[in-house]
Design a protein around this ligand. Structure first.
Ligand code: NDP
Length: 273
């Protein structure tokens, strides 16, 4: 019987996961059935229970269910625990193994696909939501010179920095504190771009040769990327590579083989104009 997988979210019409996982399955010669499930709000556990009862082997989890999946899991990975959110699950009997691949997917895109190792770099992370949380530990493991978290709600950034303090040179605060500071890599992990808004980051944060990375994808030149471009930044990227890499991590975890992401990335890339 063909193994069943799915992505669950609400809304779910925009998801690229069935396309991506289908391309991976074809490229690796694995036979999987992968669907998109619109999860009714407040009925996450019931919906996942039904999918498991029908033979489901694993799921990707997207907004707004990453915290529900965290609560539903029986076995959380260290990454998922530190991120406080789950974006992939694997079902084995009564057990629900849970992972968060967003951070490692982002890191792999930056280091492997974009050729920008974080070791020794001054790194700025805008935002302190789920995506930012998932990225912190993978980033610190690369031994950056400095990792600064800036968030609109300042105490969230400070709390995250204190939680991770034992793992490296991390600090957290508000946007006003960024005046006069410069960074080699700047990530926009806020959701502002989804509403075509700009987080209040000073245009002076971009150091010479900087990489400006927008985690949102498929939106072309977002206000954040435009700010960077106008400030003279030539290395701009959006989150399409992160999307492909976190999907590849999940596929490898489920099926034991890591697919090549290049075809998926080139298929989904929207020009940054
Ligand atoms: P969350 O809702 O968990 O966090 C949102 C963050 O954005 C918070 O820090 C919030 O600040 C901040 N924020 C929202 N609006 C503004 C604004 N106008 N100005 C300044 N800060 C703002 O979102 P996620 O972490 O899940 O997602 C963040 C981004 O990452 C989204 O663009 C999402 O599409 C992208 N993403 C991309 C993925 C990929 O595979 N490429 C995977 C996952 C996410 P505050 O705390 O003050 O409210």
């Amino acid at each position: 019987m063909t193994d069943k997988y799915a992505v669950i979210g609400n809304p779910i019409g925009h998801t690229k996961s069935p396309l991506i996982q289908g391309m991976f399955a074809q490229a690796t010669g694995r036979d999987i059935d992968y669907t998109a499930i619109l999860g009714p709000l407040g009925e996450f556990a019931k919906t996942v229970d039904a999918f498991r009862a029908s033979g489901g082997r694993g799921m990707n989890v997207t907004a707004p269910f990453k915290l529900d999946a965290f609560a539903y899991a029986t076995d959380l990975s260290e990454r998922a625990r530190l991120a406080g959110a789950v974006n992939a699950m694997k079902f084995e009997g009564e057990r629900v193994f849970a992972e968060n691949f967003d951070g490692v997917g982002l890191l792999r895109d930056v280091t492997h696909n974009l050729g920008c190792p974080l070791a020794g770099k001054r790194v700025l992370l805008l935002g302190a939501g789920g995506a930012a949380r998932g990225a912190l530990l993978p980033f610190l493991e690369q031994k950056p010179a400095q990792l600064v978290i800036a968030n609109r709600t300042v105490d969230k950034a400070q709390a995250l920095a204190s939680e991770l303090a034992g793992h490296g040179p991390v600090s957290g605060g508000g946007y006003a504190e960024l005046a006069g500071q410069q960074f080699d890599v700047v990530f926009n992990a806020t959701s502002a771009s989804l509403r075509a808004e700009l987080p209040p980051v000073p245009a002076t944060v971009f150091a010479e040769g900087c990489l400006a990375y927008e985690l949102a994808y498929g939106k072309g030149l977002t206000p954040f990327l435009r700010l960077a471009q106008n400030a003279g930044v030539r290395r701009l990227a959006d989150g399409v590579g992160m999307l492909a890499e976190q999907a590849a991590e999940a596929f490898a975890w489920w099926r034991g083989v890591r697919p090549d992401t290049r075809a998926v990335i080139s298929h989904l890339t929207v020009p940054l104009v």
